[in-house]
Design a binder for this molecule. Sequence first.
Ligand code: NAD
Length: 469
Amino acid sequence: MAYKLLIDGELTDSDLRLEVVNPATGKPWTSVPRASAMQAEVAIAAAKRAQPLWAARPIDERRKVLRALADRIETNGEAFARAMVQEQGKPLAEASLEVVHASGFLRAFAEMSLEAEVVQDDADYLIEVHHRPLGIVVGITPWNFPLLIASYKLAPALLLGNAFILKPAPTTPVSALMLAEAVADLVPPGIVNVLVDDNDLGALLSGHPDVQKVSFTGSTVTGRKVMAAAANTLKRLTLELGGNDAAIVLDDADVAKVAPGIFGGAFFNAGQVCIAVKRVYAHRSIYDALVEQLAALAREAVVGDGLEQGVTLGPLQNAQQYAKARHYIDVAQRDGAIVAGGGFPDGGGYFVEPTIVRDIAPDSPLVTEEQFAPILPVLPFDDLDSVVDQVNAGEYGLGGSIWSGDEARAFALAGRMTAGTTWINHHLHFAPHVPFPGAKQSGLGVEFGQEGLAEFSQTAVVSMARGKV
Ligand code: NAD
């Protein structure tokens, strides 16, 4: 299949190419065109030309585009899912779920509105608050959910009348280029552009004077770079960054019921989820039982190529992430006790067994850093106050969960969490109508919900004095 960039309405090639490695084999799977800086400039110029006419169209036309794109993703769902397994590594069932979510977010945004609001209407003033398009929005995405994250940035940008430039992560460009092909003839030339890079165009795009907003999902380290590059022109920014979500399991939790939820929250997508459970604090009275249940689930997992039937855990996405995981296994051996997993299945791919680590020092890097890998530290606690302090320490504040049989007690505890989202008796849940913020250095701004939608617009006030002239 010949994948193409999308620039100014044309599905186009480039003199530059990029190899895409299948993480299940560690070998090149396909290659794609890579955009030059000149092509990025052409895309920005095209977006700038096209955007005002797009914004002038009735919003219903833009809603139709989002629905039509959702239809195409669904129609080609099998192809999207299989490509995602080969570029990203996740099991086919998870890739198929990502396709469902991508089209679902497109459809949900297609129904959303940001109406003008009258904030004063009396004898003295008529004052209205409007939401206008910003201009060009750049979406920069990571490699863990390549289709979903691209879709949920594209949808609000287009709905509100912006032009959109997508730059996927260099290790997962294929689903983005399939999205480019699906959207190409649905929008006027220049309204959607898709540029693959080799980690060399992000700075150009986020510093460009003709770009009004960057919606970025990725690591906190890169998020800081985006913020610095955007400072020159005071671009609008939404940054969804790293996390180190804790699951706190209270003494009244039913271990058999909570273990599968915690396990799923930690090991979905081989732990490569910003809001994955990355550390567990369990009350000492249920600690041994929970560790044993989590270890049993880890031993049951089937690690392998995501295209093989029955596989529940794929490889890590890239060589760098695999090296990081190997490092955290060393850390686990040094600072704690591995009770399940800890090995690296052969086969040339970036495979790591799901690993449960107990009795680990609370200040171990496996506990305080974001591992982004299927290696879960489980710590005992006696004193809830000190756990709350440990959970709230550190630079991250993305999400976290509380697991308890007493809902009122869990709700009260949720109020003490410094996190964008606190789940109770579940984890990982997010939806188009629910705001998704990051506290502290886990992010800036909000995605989804009315608040998230508003970040793709410029708030503009029209204030009229009555009877003065
Ligand atoms: P990354 O920061 O390495 O890369 C993200 C994107 O930034 C890629 O497209 C990359 O090419 C681009 N980039 C690289 N240098 C750039 C620069 N100087 N300017 C602009 N863009 C640049 O992140 P990753 O390794 O792909 O993803 C993993 C990280 O993402 C984890 O920390 C994870 O927690 C986080 N993440 C967060 C969320 C969230 O919603 N909070 C979701 C998924 C992943």
